[in-house]
Design a protein around this ligand. Structure first.
Ligand SMILES: Nc1ncnc2c1ncn2[C@@H]1O[C@H](COP(=O)(O)OP(=O)(O)O)[C@@H](O)[C@H]1O
Ligand SMILES: [Mg+2]
Length: 505
């Protein structure tokens, strides 16, 4: 088994535990079903890759994070029972969750919309609880969402991602995380994160559950991370368009424009569902492999579960359901069409038609929303024609200059008046807080981090220093670039400097 391959060179005889069998394998750990002998209980024993133990900072953080997160007790969070090390084998014993991962369920296909919303609501509940206590997960992804036998989901691995990030190198946050598919823009940029980064990732997971594919797809991880920074919020395929406000509210580029808390998301979700067209919640997503449906046994036990809603027992005030639902759907479309956006990726999942929307000057387009339903602000401020033109030009050139091929690095910051940077700066002159322009500029800096690291990594010190200089010309304070700059100068001087790990991706 893979698990044994990873661990052949180490002693996995951990005192107090009897290993029964491998149950999973991640990028940085092997997970075993084991018995904790003192209590005769089954646990999931997560044994971290030996290479990690070589990093004293990791070892320290793993133990401290583990101790703290072991205090997080919530029905939607995997309980940590024990954490420790035996020699240089670091392990964590957690509640064993037998029902497989969301990653597997998505691959199987056929999740119903009700189940999907229940899953999102459960995870949001667990996140809300942890966020209130000041914890950020940082690696919310389908592989960390596990099913109990009753169909409920729990979130695994709180604190692990944090333990794997060097404390003094927030710029490389995320490098230890296996996939950029669910990474918030602020993580991709290496900025400090709070709970809203987890909500963004939850939005990406929600999108994938509905659309069947992650929000952004590209040939390499770096480009995917960049797309989280620069690309518009992805649009759900047509049958699920009524849920777009939830994706928008979770995946806004600017954390300030997201739902503030997991609880706010859950509330908005319930309001949206209450006003949804009849039958919407019973929708199924496309079956991809075999189209198996979940048993969802637990879903029927609680009347608040969305998947358990009985479509025939709608409250009287919602009737006639179809009419109201239709009006509401139109209102949503109107609001949604007002949010500035670019062609979505992937293009073939876009809603085919858009409705003609009367021009309004308002930004929030809250118009005919059901009472009490609050939509988060759309991404960016509503663009005037000129602002929109500048942003589109900037985004187009950012993509042009960061796509591998002969145009790589072209038109990013030169010439001044016809480059991505130039257009973003003009946009900022019109709207100094514009989130898209700021994200775009951050994307250019991120490109130089990556590109200069590649050059340094190949020992092309002078090239590396020049590329670093281009990034620093945009953001003189960038700590990662400064670190690389020191390395490049040392390398040019004939030394063999240690390099920081490559930035995200
Ligand atoms: N508490 C748990 N109970 C049951 N299975 C688990 C548990 N934690 C992890 N697993 C399984 O082990 C696999 C590897 O986990 P992990 O090393 O965290 O990697 P990843 O989260 O990237 O999938 C998971 O995909 C899952 O199948
Ligand atoms: Mg995991």
């Amino acid at each position: 088994m893979n698990a044994t391959v990873l661990l052949t060179s180490v002693d996995i005889d951990i005192p107090g535990y009897r290993i029964l069998r491998p149950i999973g394998e991640g990028g940085m750990a092997s997970v075993f079903l084991a018995v904790q002998e003192s209590l005769e209980r089954e646990v999931a024993l997560k044994v971290m890759a030996p290479a990690l133990a070589a990093n004293p900072e990791f070892a320290h953080r793993f133990l401290t994070e583990g101790k703290i997160t072991a205090r997080l007790q919530h029905p939607n969070l995997v309980t940590v029972h024990d954490i420790g090390h035996h020699g240089n084998v670091y392990y964590l014993a957690a509640e064993y969750i037998p029902g497989g991962t969301l990653k597997e369920r998505i691959a199987e296909g056929g999740l119903g919309v009700g189940q999907i919303l229940d899953i999102a609501g459960d995870i949001a509940g667990g996140l809300d609880f942890a966020h209130q206590k000041g914890f950020v997960h940082r690696d919310v992804k389908p592989g960390n969402i596990l099913f109990r036998n009753d169909g409920r989901v729990v979130l695994a691995d709180f604190g692990i991602a944090k333990a794997m990030d060097g404390s003094n190198s927030s710029t490389v946050a995320g490098t230890s995380i296996g996939t950029p598919d669910y990474m918030s823009p602020e993580q991709a940029r290496g900025e400090p994160v709070d709970g809203r980064a987890d909500l963004y990732s939850l939005g990406a997971v929600l999108y994938e559950m509905l659309a069947g594919v992650p929000p952004y797809q590209a040939a390499d991880a770096f480009t995917v991370a960049l797309m989280h920074v620069t690309h518009p919020v992805p649009e759900l395929p047509e049958p699920f368009a009524w849920l777009q406000p939830l994706v928008n509210g979770l995946m806004a580029k600017d954390p300030a424009q997201r739902f503030n808390t997991g609880a706010a998301f859950v509330e908005a979700m319930h309001k949206l569902v209450a006003s949804a067209p009849q039958g919407a919640v019973a929708q199924e997503t496309g079956a991809r492999r075999g189209g198996q449906r979940l048993s969802g046994a637990g879903a029927t036990q609680q009347r608040t579960r969305i998947s358990a809603r009985d479509e025939n027992k709608r409250p009287a005030w919602l009737l006639p359901a179809a009419g109201l639902g239709g009006a509401f759907a139109l209102a949503l479309l109107a609001w949604w069409a007002l949010s500035p956006r670019e062609p979505a990726v992937p293009a073939d999942t876009r809603a085919p038609g858009t409705v003609a929307v009367p021009a309004t000057t308002g930004g929030d387009a809250t118009g005919p929303m059901p009472e009490g339903f609050e939509l988060p602000k759309p991404v960016g401020v509503p663009a005037s024609g000129e602002l929109e033109r500048l942003l589109n030009a900037g985004d187009a050139l950012l993509e042009f200059g960061t796509t591998p091929g002969e145009n790589l690095s072209r038109k990013l910051d030169y010439p001044e008046d016809d480059s991505a940077l130039g257009y973003y700066r003009k946009a900022l002159a019109l709207d100094p807080e514009n989130a898209r322009a700021r994200a775009g500029i951050a994307g250019i800096v991120a490109f130089y981090r990556r590109y200069s690291h590649q050059a340094c990594d190949r020992g092309r010190w002078t090239q590396c220093r020049l590329l670093v200089g281009k990034g620093l010309a945009i953001d003189a304070e960038d700590p990662y670039l400064r670190q690389l700059q020191d390395a490049a100068i040392a390398g040019e001087g004939g030394q063999a400097p240690a390099l920081p790990p490559p930035p995200a991706g």
